[in-house]
Design a protein around this ligand. Sequence first.
Ligand code: MG
Length: 368
Amino acid sequence: MFEYLAVNDKNSLGREFHENFFDSREAFQRDRDRIIHSKSFRRLEHKTQVFINNFGDHYRNRLTHSLEVSQISRDIARSLGLNEDLCESIALAHDLGHAPFGHVGQDALNSCMDQHGGFEHNYQSLRIVTHIERVYKNFRGLNLSYEVREGILKHCSKRRALKLGKLGERFLKRFSPTLEAQIVNLSDEIAYNNHDLDDGFRANLISLDEILSLDIVRIILREPDFSNISDEHILVSEIIRKSISLQIKNLIEESVKRIKKYNPKCIDDVRSCPELINFSENQKLLNRQLKLFLRKKIYNHSKLIEDNKKAKKIIKFLFQHYQKNFSFLPSYYYDGDSVSNEEAISDYISGMTDRYAINVYKELINGM
Ligand code: MG
């Protein structure tokens, strides 16, 4: 449909370092493969999404979340004639920079880094693929294509944007990223809004009646398919399945309207338009209500608060420990280059899985 607006090998802004390739993979297939083969990607399996990792085996973790985002974004990209491989690469890398223990971990690390430039998982995902992963002899990072790096960096402070050259310009001049990056951004929202509802119900943090009170669910229940479902779990699964499809359908329809209205002729035009991938105003209202519901009923639920307190304590302890005993930090994270001691500590801690952080914490406490 909008193939002329898709990023491809010919119009990509390319990689930071020149490489010669001897196989026929396209740029974004190669980027996806590099991401999947990275250590940071493998660690996503043991990082919390919302429910701390030892809560149960069926809850989403950062890896399964990233796979859901990838799958949703590919569906949307295919319908619009855009580059599925680029969406997949951005989606698989978008959460690489998350600290252990979900958002609580990020907040705790951010407050430890308060006087040292802060910590932000989105920027950290970019640091991982440009700086922290080290597997190639000629450069640091994964040397991914510009559009993947651009897509990973969803938001960025002015202070950081000023240091990022062309990649940072978008935040200073208010350009939009590629349509593929915009798709992944909203696919992330579709994925977590729906899977957190599913996980919250599974964990008994929310009841069926509470789910049924949501406006988006009332709309879904008007359909005849939903009249005779007596099993609560099947009903919730069917509701969530339908809710994902409705949101994807709405996003595609609204985005087609917007692209036709603004009528960009090439990717440069896309960059100077407002974001063209979007939900309808009505869908935005429904999504906002769902988000508020999740925040109130799940993210701030008393059952999660104890785990969250422990998580904060562990991050703070580890940070202070390595500040006092900097020579114990693995040298991989500090090689005397541009990073400060605190940035190196933050790179190490944010890269930890939940279980690794807990183990290091226990070892250190027992050794005291
Ligand atoms: Mg995400």
